[in-house]
Design a protein around this ligand. Structure first.
Ligand code: GLN
Ligand code: ZN
Length: 762
């Protein structure tokens, strides 16, 4: 049986690609330097896969920045604003990725979106009415040549036309139908060109098939591939899906089109096995079975996977063992993990170790191998006995939860009256989302503390100074509800992870988030509990400096879970509830120490929404919303709970957000032109709302006129007493000379409006 990998991390064991990109962006290195780093990384990663015995090694999965961007360039889908710059192909590529600065106005980058339900971001291709596809396959062909020189057993990988078109943004009047017609000849040309190489397989990645499709969309899919598969130029064409099951398109894939291979994810694709069992698969289609989880870091349990493989073999003898998705979503190798104990690390498998697992499974499926039993027993040992750091007290608490623990009392309207009376905030109360600029001094203080260059005392003194300055600045600006600034936090999830028992941190477990940016997700290893108060001291100190209210600032359970590597031995729901209990304790502690307003950020709540709508509630929202309520509902009526969410596309879960039963929600909306407001109005949204009034992701300082205009637009749609005014996310990525004037303009706008309102009332 052969083995195949869908894609491999490209950032490098020591994040070489990140550093090469960043020095290139700073102008310190030449394009040649960057390209040769890329070349060296590709080669190293291929050889790694070769050494592990992988039979079908991906070529074309490497990217200097992003695969969707690569595909746009492959197809010549370069929007006119970049073509007008008349740059070299490489500079055009990075102009699309990052924008381009020039004297007569900047050219903005393509926008970025989450890649399905992962924490990776892709660049959204833009299709203009004038876009005319042309094949530019030089880069891909060069990589195929590189691989051939290494005598690699490779398969070419390209994002498929249907996923490309479904994820693209259409700027004019033309639609996916129009572009489907013109994209076909370009992929036909690609097949013709690749047919001249020695490649056997071409994988066209179509992950969008793991989401819902309308009949019209599926018709487009069928139309494209009917045309494309007519002439394969000697290639075998694999339709590679991942991240979920293909319940809408299984029939089309297996019986209406002449694919040579079908890649199905048997880890995240819950219904794929049942589809196969029920409907079968024609003998001339090779099944690429995704059995090694490309999204999590735990070792594979071979006996279980062999059971699955045997199930699959009942339906086909054309089987290739594969990763469930690209290994891009896990760190590179355990080789550089030096801090965690070997008793823990033996349970982990990063990308390199997953290659080994594929090879082990291949051996185990061979008819006879004298080492089978030993290999299986060694692997079984990892799953026997108590693997996790168990905490009976936590398990006990989870077991005894009842509906009371999820319900805030009294109901929101009553709380709102009580809080209004007590807080006496002006109309259009102003606040920020939490973090203030992370200046070089702020970061240095944390780094010095971490590396023991300063004592804990010195660290605390310095941090208190930052807090004091921050409070003073906010008072001076005239904000109504203040924050302490989050100077103690590197990252909103890592900080809490570090303070919770049951979470582990790798030393080098970097995963690409976008371009040169990587994140190092915490690992949920055991039952989660709070060792001791986490934020209370900072919040209490900040509150002691001012008469105004200072918000306590926490990260919510769903976001902590979604940005970590979760356990697989218990459900996500159970993990979420454990984290929620820890956060609940922190909430109650803050309340007890006199903090009157507590914000629980759920920045990532939307992002793990199941790809099929039918799964939203049973598989996710039912427990995700409950977890937030568990964390937040223990407080007194007079304590005000805020929450914050990033990414503004909540239209489809707006009732669920209201059902979180927070008192106030702030969210990102500046970039989406406040379109959410119409939805809030349409559903008669009950939570008080602070729609982000300006975009903190841009260095641009908005004028007070412009902000006033935005507030007026909001007031056109929402009742005055439900509206808060705030930036659209934390200020930590901005400089002080950007954040301060922007806030000043925001306050000026609000004061002016309040005055106008007062005059109108007289
Ligand atoms: N409170 C966090 C901050 O201000 C929220 C960050 C986020 O939403 N991503 O930085
Ligand atoms: Zn945010």
């Amino acid at each position: 049986m052969k083995t195949s990998v869908i894609g491999f991390p490209r950032i490098g064991l020591h994040r070489e690609l990140k550093f090469a990109l960043e020095s290139f962006f700073r102008g310190e290195t030449s394009p040649q330097d960057l390209l040769s780093t890329g070349h060296a990384l590709r080669e190293r990663h291929w050889l790694q896969q070769q050494a592990s015995g992988i039979d079908l090694i991906p070529v074309g999965d490497f990217s200097l920045y992003d695969n969707m961007l690569d595909t746009a360039c492959l197809l010549g889908a370069v929007p006119s604003r970049y073509r007008a710059l008349d740059l070299s192909p490489l500079d055009t590529y990075f102009a699309m990725a990052r924008g381009y600065q020039r004297a007569n106005g900047d050219v903005r980058a393509l926008s970025m979106k989450k890649w399905f339900d992962t924490n990776y971001h892709y660049l959204v291709p833009e299709l203009e009415d004038t876009t005319c596809f042309h094949l530019h396959a030089d880069r891909l062909k060069q990589e195929i040549t590189e691989a051939a020189l290494l005598r690699l057993k490779s398969k070419a990988v390209v994002i498929g036309p249907y996923t490309f078109l479904r994820l693209a943004h259409y700027t004019g009047t033309k639609t996916i139908r129009d572009f489907a017609r013109t994209i076909i000849p370009v992929y036909q040309e690609l097949l013709a060109e690749l047919g001249q190489t020695s490649l056997e397989w071409l994988a066209l990645d179509e992950p969008i098939l793991a989401t819902d499709s309308t009949p019209e969309e599926l018709a487009v899919f069928r139309e494209i591939y009917q045309a494309l598969l007519q002439e394969k130029h000697g290639l075998k064409i694999l339709c590679q899906t991942y991240f979920g099951d293909v319940r809408d398109s299984y029939d089309i894939l297996t019986s209406q089109l002449s694919f040579d291979g079908l890649g199905l994810d048997f880890v995240a694709g819950k219904q794929n096995l049942a589809l196969l069992q029920e409907k079968g698969i024609p003998g001339n289609i090779t099944l690429f079975a995704g059995v090694i989880n490309g999204r999590n870091i735990w070792r594979n349990h071979y006996r279980k996977t062999l059971d699955l493989i045997h199930d699959l073999q009942r339906h086909t003898d054309q089987l290739v063992l594969s990763t469930s998705c690209s290994l891009l979503h896990v760190p590179m190798s355990l080789e550089t993990e030096t801090t965690l104990a070997s008793g823990i690390l033996k349970h982990f498998a990063f990308a390199n170790e997953k290659l080994q697992e594929l090879n082990d499974l291949k051996r185990l499926t061979a008819l006879y191998d004298p080492d089978h039993e030993q290999l299986l027993q060694q692997n079984d040992a990892l799953f026997n006995g108590t693997r996790y750091q168990a905490n009976p007290a936590v398990q006990q608490k989870i077991a005894s939860l009842t509906s009371i623990n999820f319900k805030r009392m009294p109901r929101r309207a009553v709380r709102e009256r009580i809080q209004r009376e007590l807080f006496q905030l002006p109309v259009l109360p102003t606040t920020t989302i939490g973090s203030f600029p992370q200046t070089a001094e702020v970061r240095k203080n944390r780094a010095d503390y971490k590396h023991k260059r300063i004592t804990p005392k010195q660290y605390i003194r310095q941090n208190k100074q930052f807090i004091a300055d921050c409070i003073q600045l906010q008072e001076k600006l005239g904000l109504d509800v203040l924050v302490h600034g989050e100077f103690e936090r590197n990252d909103m999830v890592e900080y809490f992870g570090e303070h919770l028992d049951g979470c582990l941190f790798t030393s080098n477990g970097w995963v690409q988030s976008y371009g040169s940016r990587c994140v190092k997700p915490p690992v949920i290893w055991g039952d989660i509990s709070r060792r001791s108060p986490i934020t209370v001291k900072w919040s209490v100190y900040a509150q002691s400096l001012t008469q105004r209210f200072v918000k306590g600032m926490l990260t919510g359970p769903v976001t902590i879970l979604n940005w970590s590597f979760p356990r697989e031995d218990i459900s996500l729901k159970e993990s979420a509830f454990q984290i929620a209990l820890a956060i609940r304790e922190e909430v109650l502690d803050l309340e007890q120490h006199g903090i009157r307003i507590i914000q629980i950020d759920e920045a990532a709540l939307r992002e793990k929404l199941p790809l099929h709508h039918a799964d939203w509630y049973p598989e996710y929202l039912d427990w995700a919303i409950a977890a937030f309520r568990l964390a937040s509902s223990g407080v007194r009526p007079e304590t005000q709970i805020h929450t914050h969410m990033c990414y503004s596309e909540f239209q489809d879960i707006i009732y669920d957000i209201d059902a979180m039963d927070a008192d106030v929600i702030t969210f990102e909306s500046a970039r989406s032109d406040l379109s959410l407001i119409d939805t809030l109005r349409a559903v008669n949204f009950q939570t008080q709302t602070g729609p982000g009034i300006y975009d903190i992701h841009s260095p641009r300082i908005p004028s007070s006129k412009e902000i006033e205009h935005s507030i007026l637009r909001i007031l056109d749609k929402l009742p005055l007493n439900k509206v808060w005014v705030n930036p659209d996310c934390g200020l930590k990525t901005r400089r002080n000379d950007e954040a301060t004037p922007s806030l000043k303009h925001m306050i000026t706008a609000v004061k002016h409006l309040r005055q106008k309102l007062a005059e109108a009332a007289q």
